[in-house]
Design a protein around this ligand. Structure first.
Ligand SMILES: Nc1nc2c(c(=O)[nH]1)N[C@@H](CN(C=O)c1ccc(C(=O)N[C@@H](CCC(=O)O)C(=O)O)cc1)CN2
Length: 290
């Protein structure tokens, strides 16, 4: 058996072309979608992600408003900017790139974003709505994973799903989405005993732990859908480049489907950010949100 490769780069490109059509329609009605992007500091990976988000935004016919701040900025300055953006009618989505420098209370910053413009879906109100099965904005990475799983055509109802990782950005919302899709969900983490016993019975295995090639072939059930959320930068002495949390070459012959890194979940994260921004702009345009 060789796995279906879930090509997130191709799917993202397809979706972004569809978004452009919708964005242009909104622009004709005077509501071109606008995304405000706040980046604090010079974390090289964050700089790449933000650059890619802004580029994707422009290519999809949306406006970006870019706010870079130095690493030592006082949190009050960033909070003030968020307050302004909350009231700006040209801005339909606000994103604060994570992680933030240590002087910030991340929860305080995320709580300052108006939930109706929280296109990352990290505000407690949006997290709560997702928990209740009535999502307003779905966090971009898990949202992208659900789109990739849909590409396999596999009915998720009744399937065993195992998520490795319990972060607020990926692990927890991922578990919730899989639960709502009818899966029986297990969330594993650093304290989980006998991890392999859990992963080996997973029909859907999502790895989001940030450890290069952590998931090995012996951890995977034959035919499983394996989703790799990890993006690990290898040191030069290990050959450099990016690798995921899954040992791709070893797991590919066993899995039913698998995402590559790069080119799997990462590009879908950006596509779903645009999807959320577009949704927000449509809500403002139709008056569902004021
Ligand atoms: N405010 C947010 N901060 C962070 C999020 C998020 O969703 N919102 N997620 C991650 C980083 N992230 C988006 O911001 C992100 C990560 C990776 C990619 C991506 O396209 N990866 C490429 C490789 C790119 C490279 O060369 O490094 C791939 O996998 O093919 C996009 C977005 C943490 N912060």
């Amino acid at each position: 058996m060789t796995a279906q490769i879930l090509d997130g780069a191709a799917l993202s490109k397809r979706l972004r072309a569809e978004f452009k059509v919708r964005a242009d329609e909104l622009a004709l009605q005077g509501h071109r979608p606008g995304l405000a992007v706040i980046l604090v500091g010079e974390n090289p990976a964050s700089q790449v992600y933000v650059r890619n988000k802004i580029k994707a935004c422009h290519e999809a016919g949306m406006i970006s408003f870019d706010f870079p701040f130095p690493a030592d900025v006082a949190p009050a300055i960033v909070l003030q900017k968020i307050a302004e953006l909350n009231h700006d009618p040209a801005v339909h989505g606000i994103l604060v790139q994570l992680p933030l420098p240590p002087q910030f209370d991340e929860a305080e910053v995320l709580a300052a974003i108006r939930p109706e413009k929280d296109v990352d879906g990290f505000h407690a109100a949006n997290v709560g709505a997702l928990m209740q099965g009535d999502p307003r904005f779905i966090p971009c990475t898990p949202y992208g994973v659900m789109k990739l799983l849909a590409e396999t055509g596999v009915d998720l109802n009744g399937k065993e799903a195992v998520v490795i990782g319990r972060s607020n950005i990926v692990g927890k919302p991922m578990a919730m989405l899989l639960l709502h899709a009818g899966c029986t969900v297990t969330v594993c983490h650093s304290r989980t005993k006998d991890l392999n016993a859990h992963t080996r019975r997973a029909d859907i295995l999502v790895a989001a732990i940030g450890k290069p090639k952590f998931v090995t072939a012996d951890m995977v059930k034959p035919g499983a859908l394996v989703i790799d959320v990890g993006i690990n930068r290898l040191p030069a002495e290990a050959g450099g480049g990016l690798c995921g949390d899954v040992d791709f070459e070893a797991v590919k012959p066993i899995a039913g489907a698998i995402t590559p890194v790069p080119g799997g979940v990462g590009p879908m994260t950006i596509a779903m950010l645009l999807a959320n921004t577009l949704t927000s702009a449509e809500r403002f345009a139709e008056g569902t949100v004021k």
